[in-house]
Ligand binder design. Structure first.
Ligand code: SF4
Length: 372
C-alpha cells in the first residue's frame, strides 16, 4: 500500500551544506549560441582551466555524486531512438520484460546505499504512462520507499503529464530524467516518434511540479560541434537550468541504426563537459554511459573539467558500468569523496529548506555517506 511520503516523516535533518560562494554570479538564461560556440572553441587546456575555476565557485571540487541506476522495465519500447537497444523497432539482444516487483527494487536500493550511492534512479522503457495505472501506482510506492531510505530518488519513465508529475512529487521523487539528447536541428535524424517539443513539455511538467530536472545528451550520434553547442544552448535558456546534465558517450549497440558509429573523440567529450560547466555553473554535470571506456586519467580530466557525478554499480540501463569498489578506489587515489544526499543546493531547495527523511535509528548515522 502506498504510504504518504509527507505523512510518514519522522526525522528532520538539515543536509544541504554546499551553497555557491557569496557573491557568485547568478546563472544566466540569455546565452546566445554564438557565445557558447566561442567558449566551446577555446583552446582545450584554457577551456578546462576556466571550467575548473567556475566549478570551484559553485561546487565543492572534492565531491562526486555516486548514483546507481536500475532498469525496472526492459525493452519492448515503441519509440525509435536510433541508439537504443530497448526499442521494439530494432533487432537487438535486449528482451522485453514486465515491470519488476517492488521488493527487488528496494533490495537494489539498499545495496546501492550500503555501497555509498546517494541517488537511486529507476528507468522504464516505454513511451509514456498511458494505460499503466497499476504500474504507475507500483512505481509511486517504489519512489516513496526509496526516498524513505534517505536517498535521492530519480525516475525515467518517458513522457509525463502535469498530473503524473504532481503524483511523483507527492510520492517523494527528487528528480526526473528526460534527455533532450542533441540539438533541435539534429534531433529528427535520431528520433522520429516523438518531437523535441514533446520532450520540452515533459521537462516543463517536471519543473512545474517542483521536481529537479535531469536532462542532457548523447555524444557520438553523428552530430556536429554546432549540435553539441545547440544542446547546451537549449537547456541554458530554460527558465531554470536543469539541476543535472548527463553527458553520455554513445556505446554503439549491434542491431541499432547507430551500431557502426565511431566512438566520440575524447577531446570532444572534455570540450562538451567544460563548456556545459561554464554555461550551467550550478548544475551537476553527470558523466554517464560510456564512462567505462575511459581510462582513470581520462576520467580525472573530466572531473577537472567540471563533471561531478557518475553512475556506479552493477549495470547502466543497457551498457556496462564501473563497479563501486573500483570507483571508490579511483576516487581515493584522486582525493575525491562522495556527495551526501541533497548536498547540491538547487536540489535541496526543491526539497524544502529543512529536509525531512525517513531513516531508521540504526542507519541514520551513516545515511548518504560514501564508504571508501
Ligand atoms: S531511449 Fe527510452 S524512449 Fe527511446 S527507445 Fe529507448 S527506452 Fe524507448
Amino acid at each position: 500500500m502506498l504510504r504518504s511520503f509527507t505523512a510518514s516523516r519522522h526525522l528532520v535533518r538539515t543536509l544541504a551544506t554546499h551553497a555557491p560562494s557569496a557573491g557568485a554570479p547568478a546563472t544566466r538564461h540569455t546565452w546566445a549560441k554564438q557565445e557558447i560556440q566561442q567558449i566551446y572553441d577555446t583552446p582545450l587546456l584554457q577551456l578546462v582551466f576556466r571550467a575548473a575555476g567556475e566549478h570551484r565557485v559553485h561546487h565543492d571540487p572534492s565531491k562526486i555524486q555516486l548514483c546507481t541506476l536500475m532498469n525496472i522495465k526492459t525493452g519492448g519500447c515503441t519509440e525509435d531512438c536510433s541508439y537504443c537497444s530497448q526499442s521494439s523497432k530494432y533487432s537487438t539482444t535486449t528482451k522485453a520484460s514486465k515491470l519488476v516487483d517492488i521488493e527487488p527494487v528496494l533490495e537494489a536500493a539498499r545495496k546501492a546505499k550500503a555501497n555509498g550511492s546517494t541517488r537511486f534512479c529507476m528507468g522504464a522503457a516505454w513511451r509514456d504512462l498511458a494505460g499503466r495505472k497499476s504500474g504507475f501506482k507500483r512505481i509511486l510506492e517504489m519512489v516513496t520507499e526509496v526516498r524513505g531510505m534517505g536517498m535521492e530518488v530519480c525516475t525515467t519513465l518517458g513522457m509525463l503529464s502535469p498530473d503524473q508529475a504532481r503524483q511523483l512529487k507527492e510520492a517523494g521523487l527528487t528528480a526526473y530524467n528526460h534527455n533532450l539528447d542533441t540539438s533541435r536541428e539534429f534531433y529528427p535524424s535520431v528520433i522520429t516518434t516523438r518531437s523535441y517539443d514533446e520532450r520540452l513539455e515533459t521537462i516543463s511538467a517536471v519543473r512545474d511540479a517542483g521536481i529537479s530536472v535531469c536532462s542532457g545528451g548523447i555524444l557520438g550520434l553523428g552530430e556536429t560541434d554546432a549540435d553539441r553547442v545547440g544542446l547546451i544552448w537549449e537547456v541554458s535558456n530554460m527558465p531554470e537550468h536543469p539541476e543535472s546534465f548527463p553527458v553520455n558517450a554513445l556505446v554503439p549497440i549491434p542491431g541499432t541504426p547507430l551500431e557502426g558509429n565511431d566512438p566520440v573523440k575524447y577531446h570532444t567529450l572534455i570540450r562538451t563537459i567544460a563548456t556545459a560547466r561554464i554555461v550551467l555553473p550550478t548544475t551537476i554535470i553527470r558523466l554517464a554511459a560510456g564512462r567505462s571506456t575511459l581510462s582513470e586519467a581520462e576520467q580525472a580530466m573530466c572531473f577537472m573539467a567540471g563533471a561531478n557525478a557518475v553512475f556506479t554499480g552493477d549495470q547502466m540501463l543497457t551498457t556496462p558500468c564501473s563497479p563501486w569498489d573500483e570507483d571508490k578506489a579511483m576516487m581515493g587515489r584522486w582525493g575525491l569523496d562522495g556527495m551526501r544526499s541533497f548536498e547540491q543546493s538547487n536540489v535541496a531547495k526543491k526539497e524544502g529548506a529543512r529536509l525531512e527523511s525517513v531513516v531508521s535509528d540504526a542507519d541514520s548515522a551513516s545515511t548518504g555517506q560514501t564508504q571508501k
